[in-house]
Design a binder for this molecule. Sequence first.
Ligand SMILES: Nc1nc2c(c(=O)[nH]1)N[C@H]1C(S)=C(S)[C@@H](COP(=O)(O)O)O[C@H]1N2
Ligand SMILES: [Mo]
Length: 523
Amino acid sequence: MPRWLSAGFGVVSAAAGIGVAHVVAALTVPAASPLLAVGSIAIDAAPTPVKEWAVRTFGTADKPLLLGGIAVVLVLATAAIGLGAARHRWVGLVGMVALAGVSGAAALVRIPGPLAVLPALVAALVAAGLLLVLARVGSGSGRSPASAPEPPPPSPLDGPHVRSGRFRPGRRGVLLGGPALIAAAGVGGGTLLSSLRTSDAAVGRDQELPEPVSAAAPLPDGVQIDLDGVTPFVTPLSDFYRVDIALSTPRIDAATWSLPIDGLVESPVTLSYADLLEMPMVERWITLSCVSNPVGGPYVSTGRWLGVPLADLLDMVGVDAEAEQLFARGADGFSCSIPLDVVRDGRDAMLAIGVNGEQLPLERGFPARLIVPGLFGFVSAAKWLTGLTLSTYDADVAYWTERGWATDAPALTQTRIDVPRGLETVAAGEVTIAGMAWAQHRGISRVEVSIDQGQWQEAELAADAGDDLWRAWSHVWESTGAGRHDVQVRSTDRTGEVQPEERTDPFPDGARGWHSIAFVVEE
Ligand SMILES: Nc1nc2c(c(=O)[nH]1)N[C@H]1C(S)=C(S)[C@@H](COP(=O)(O)O)O[C@H]1N2
Ligand SMILES: [Mo]
């Protein structure tokens, strides 16, 4: 048997195993599907600089690329197993079981309960079994006799269109193609199944939201600068930035979901989704930003959040004096530390169930997440909540703290130039420079623009919607000549602090520095 065929047997057996396991996962725990489970571990284990590089280089395409990378490694490994199995059958058995073991162990790290290993078990059975059969049949020791009569040589009259009885790509084609088909059907079918199971009705995302007892203040006229290219003040949910460690979006059924609030409290409670819907809700416009946002970057958005004030929940359980933090956990293994004094200082920190008038979309943390104005998302905005624990910083350590990032991280002031775009060519005359500035919970009091290293000039601020929100700004500049010009911007927050000039990386507590771009004025 040719070596490529042995290697191919290894690859297609593993692929078929993964395909069937994907279906099993879709029916049980989607995130336990082998590639997803291993990918999640890779995300958890990747050293911070690697992760930063991946996000910087690939942006939101980093996850498909990760899966692709794992697939390449897997093809090489399973080809080797296939080659080994051609000589010694046990190599195939041990190799496939070992690979499946890796995926089972990976699944167990993030997903509690024995169901997490079921897909890996199925993958092991299918992949090892199939490889043994293929190796046997392929080497001719199976039922189909190796001594089958050779087909007669092709006649020169037979073109590619002639499908006579001697056209026999069949055997090898079937041996490789059959399992490949199983793999494709499994991955396609499993993915379809998961999406059916995550339909809005299936998870309880088809309910009326309660009316808030305290509605969001209407946005003042003039918060928006109506100029092509300037960010919309309210981010449509489809454009809202998304950052999380979940390789597959957690699917949580609101009907069976419950949220324990425990730890250093007088009376722990466990709330159901129905319990939450009964509680008094507030609705607030809040701008959320990500610590990974580079200067001038896109990871910032604004929505109208509906939820139960966290202070109410704390009052309900009665917090012990030793408690330092509200430790929040998400279904994807994420966790974060929210300082108790921040939760209780009067800001609109909430356990949110709705955004922009609808229940949270699945990728935004359905059924419930936290939103804390003024803190970066990674230290506050836990999605797919599974538990809230009042504790000390020693007792519970947050996911990103374990990876070297800051434990407490107030959102930093940033100012972004939206128009002109970098290197855009604009007509001579009046050039409008405009963009967004944010310093959540402190507010923006001033934005300044400097062109070609000239004096700082005060930009015009759009209407103010509140300190927890971003603010649009614009500045009209009379062009001074054709060719390249540079513009830089900086903001001052309401505490009087001016954005520092020096650029820093997002790691470990957010990027600092002035955004600048170059543009070109036409002749
Ligand atoms: N469960 C969970 N919650 C999470 C995260 C995560 O990885 N898992 N990422 C956080 C980070 S880093 C940010 S910036 C915000 C982003 O929220 P969004 O995806 O709804 O914009 O969610 C936070 N909540
Ligand atoms: Mo983030």
